[in-house]
Design a protein around this ligand. Structure first.
Ligand code: ATP
Length: 300
């Protein structure tokens, strides 16, 4: 097995569970040899994704203690649109993602993708259709080029180069001592958070799943990296159904729809402008973040 570079601040929704982080989930299972907790139904069908519409229908869930973490969440991510999930820490954002990947089953309600309940389809087929850009990315001890190819190992060199270009990594790679042959990972060059996230975007672009999930980094990237990453996400989200867990509201103002989660419930949903006009929780979170970024913005 290839040696995996595992950063200490091992973050992200899947990673707390899985003790690993990869761009695509089915590979993560294969590499880390971790079995999911839920089992497929007998003769589970393969998920057939057409437009990639995701629907959470009155979903309830708790982790086993008496606390209900998701309390009747209902919302739709329309095909090829970009939807952001926001809310205070502990509101249940990552938990919604874990349910979408079926690391757990909802205790009540249903999640459907293009009309198919995710309970009824095989987990392999579900996870193979979802690309993940995690907060932090595992880099292998190989060249940066091969690290990108990991998104789809049978991709041609030309396809890898195209993904690198679309993820705005070309200039960075050109500046490296050995260009695309530069070794990275624990025994090679260390990449910054923003560079690593772009590697994972490039991997996801190579995989081209119909559904993309972004877990926005909590640690603030410098504003240049952030703009580049946002641009790459924006490019992708025109073609694919895109779900983003956002910590900074400034990064998802352009989302087609924003779901505001509060203690496991969908408190509000709408566009940025609609939610501001509503003057509720989102408007409050926005005011707080505007104030914070005005007061301290060390990286700008
Ligand atoms: P943050 O923005 O801080 O990442 P979040 O909105 O993503 O928060 P979740 O990570 O979904 O919130 O957590 C929601 C609640 O579920 C929290 O109270 C958390 O402690 C609890 N929780 C999360 N994972 C587990 C787990 N594996 N076992 C038990 N409780 C958990």
């Amino acid at each position: 097995m290839m040696q995996v570079f595992m950063p200490l601040n091992f973050l992200g929704f899947v990673y707390r569970e899985m003790k690993g982080a990869m761009t695509n989930i089915e590979n993560m299972f294969a590499i880390l040899d971790i079995s999911p907790k839920v089992v497929d139904q007998e003769n589970a069908a393969a998920l057939q994704v057409r437009g990639g519409e995701i629907h959470f229908d009155n979903v309830h869930f708790g982790y086993g203690d008496s606390r209900e973490i998701i309390r009747g969440a209902s919302f739709t991510v329309p095909s090829r649109q970009k939807v952001a999930i926001v809310g205070s820490s502990g509101a249940g954002k990552s938990t919604l993602f874990k349910l979408l990947f079926r690391f757990y089953d909802a205790s009540e309600g249903e999640i459907r993708i293009d009309g198919q309940s995710i309970r009824t389809v095989s987990q392999d087929s579900l996870r193979s259709q979802i690309g993940v850009v995690p907060q932090d990315t595992v880099l292998f001890n190989t060249s940066i080029f091969e690290n990108v190819r990991y998104g789809r190992i049978d991709a041609t060199d030309e396809e890898v180069r195209e993904a690198i270009r679309l993820a705005y990594l070309s200039d960075f790679i050109a500046s490296l001592p050995k260009g695309e042959a530069t070794m990275v990972g624990e025994r090679g060059l260390k990449l910054s958070g923003g560079e690593k996230q772009r590697v994972s975007i490039a991997r996801a672009l190579l995989k081209q799943p119909p559904i993309m999930v972004f877990d926005e980094a909590t640690s603030s990237l410098d504003s240049h990296s952030e703009k580049i990453i946002l641009k790459a996400i924006q490019d992708i989200s025109h073609q694919q159904t895109t779900l983003v867990i956002a910590h900074r509201l400034s990064t998802i103002m352009d989302a087609d729809r924003i779901i505001v989660l509060d203690k496991g419930r969908v408190a509000e949903q709408g566009s940025h402008a609609e939610l501001l006009a509503l003057g509720g929780l989102y408007a409050h979170l926005w005011d707080v973040q505007q104030h914070e970024s005005g007061a301290t913005n060390p990286k700008d």
